[in-house]
Design a protein around this ligand. Structure first.
Ligand SMILES: Nc1nc2c(c(=O)[nH]1)N[C@H]1C(S)=C(S)[C@@H](COP(=O)(O)O)O[C@H]1N2
Ligand SMILES: [Mo]
Length: 457
């Protein structure tokens, strides 16, 4: 146990009880340390319930440390009776529990070609949690939603960085009134941890994470569509498949809502070498939005034939399903292992990407290369660069312009064209970055030299 924390607890006593502990995360891929974007590696896909110390974290702003003593939830707008509720008030409402997948809309963004800017999640911007709290519908019923109510605007206690628009999302009333939309105060049987939204967060079961507002402070029932950046520009998905790499008018896009059906192959790892005649366990997870997973199939012959995988018994309507398949390769050779799921409505995953400008909702059938050989070779040590190239020193103004609000880790994962880097710098200037006119050209050159597009495969 952390001796520092014990010390503070003894010293401050009761004062600390109303603040949540920060979970110490274990073995995460740091996409950004500040603000916190932490990805769960593939080995996390072996658990039905993702432990708190492995659960991914996605924050647009810095993590607030909410003190329950001064916290309440206000309900306002198109309601008969505006409310101010304490945690004690909320806990008087019926307690509801559900197991459900929380996945970032941008999970899998790194797999799109051509690359799109944003956190470069590969597989692990997702976890399966056990959530407990109250129904949002019960809270809204106490306030009495007027007939004019159309959407519920959700505010959290986090504050925008610089001049960035504050993260603010709405839920359509139909989703807000769904029995499985919760305001959760517990995660995996414990008080909601600080990083995951203490003291209260939205659980929009079956929908992407951007609707799961953390550190909830205010619900406003509105009679129109919210016009903030995160609804009108961000988190929008094309109405039809678009040409990869093209810009799409936000008016031709729809807000991201339900998740699609999806599989992840957790093992074996890419480029594993196996002996013929020996059984190999292929395993992973599968989940879908509001419609449960019905089956998972595996192919080892480039999609010619598919065999049913075995599903583990643990299941819930919105949870993920662990699956496995035992394959005994007879022949030497180079194989692709693939896995696809079907939901109860018969929907399955695409074989090819449906590229979109922000890289949302990636659910292409995953493919893992393995070699079957009598003579396995020792794995070659992984080559490649170890980050920043000392040949290119950062230009004047880079530190102030780019690293005031976030770390270089956020930049290093990107692989963008000059046009895309220019657009990113424009966006950052709008969001408060201090870029002097005379430094700008050198900053964009530097970004392009170090973090330019990846070579075509
Ligand atoms: N207040 C607030 N809520 C938020 C966010 C945020 O930045 N601020 N990020 C959202 C996004 S995009 C995701 S994917 C989930 C991530 O939840 P987690 O960090 O608990 O995994 O929280 C959502 N809720
Ligand atoms: Mo997200």
């Amino acid at each position: 146990m952390n001796t520092r924390r014990v010390f503070f607890q003894t010293l401050a006593g009761a004062a600390l009880v109303s603040r949540a502990a920060e979970v110490q995360k274990r073995d995460m891929i740091v996409r950004s340390a500040r603000p916190a974007d932490l990805e769960m590696p593939l080995d996390g896909f072996g658990d039905w319930i993702t432990p708190l110390d492995r659960f991914f974290v996605r924050c647009h702003h810095y993590t607030p440390n909410v003190d329950l003593a001064g916290w309440n939830l206000t309900v306002a707008g198109e309601v008969a009776k505006p409310l101010t509720l304490t945690m004690d008030d909320l806990k008087k409402l019926p307690r509801v529990e559900l197991v459900g997948v929380l996945e970032c809309a941008g999970n899998g963004r790194a797999l799109y070609e051509p690359p799109v800017p944003g956190a470069q999640w590969v597989h692990g911007g997702v976890g399966n949690g056990r959530w407990a709290g109250v129904r949002l519908a019960d809270v809204l019923a106490k306030a009495g939603v007027k007939a004019s109510g159309k959407n519920v605007l959700m505010d959290g206690a986090d504050e925008a960085i610089g001049t960035m628009p504050k993260f603010q999302r709405q839920l359509p009333l139909t989703k807000a009134l769904n029995r499985d939309t919760l305001l959760a105060y517990e995660m995996n049987g414990e008080t909601l941890p600080q990083q995951h939204g203490f003291p209260l967060r939205v659980v929009a079961a079956g929908w992407a994470g951007d609707s799961w507002t953390k550190w909830l402070t205010k619900l406003t029932v509105i009679d129109r569509d919210a016009d903030g950046f995160w609804m009108k520009t961000g988190y929008r998905h094309p109405l039809y498949p678009v040409t990869p790499g093209t810009a799409v008018d936000p008016a031709k896009m729809h807000p991201v809502e339900a998740l699609g059906i999806k599989t992840v192959i957790a093992g074996p790892a890419e480029d594993t070498q196996v002996m013929p005649g020996k059984p190999l366990k292929i395993h992973g997870t599968a989940w879908s939005g509001e419609t449960p997973v019905a089956s998972v199939e595996v192919s080892v012959d480039r999609g010619r034939t598919w065999r049913k995988a075995t599903l583990n018994p643990e299941q819930s309507r919105y949870g993920w399903r662990l699956w496995q398949y035992s394959w005994t390769p007879e022949q030497q050779g180079f194989y692709f292992l693939m896995a696809r799921a079907y939901d109860m409505a018969g929907k399955t995953q695409p074989m090819e990407q449906e590229w979109n400008p922000s890289g949302y909702l990636h659910n292409v059938v995953p493919r893992v290369a393995v070699t079957v050989t009598e003579t396995p070779e020792k794995p070659q040590p992984a080559g490649g660069s170890s980050g920043a190239n000392p040949q290119f020193a950062p230009p004047a103004g880079f530190q102030t312009a780019c690293l005031t609000c976030h770390g270089e880790d956020m930049i290093m994962q990107e692989r963008l064209t000059g046009k895309q880097w220019n657009a990113e710098v424009d966006k950052m200037v709008r969001w408060g970055a201090q870029v002097k006119a005379e430094d700008r050209g050198a900053i964009v050159d530097y970004l392009l030299k170090l973090y330019g597009p990846r070579p075509l495969k």
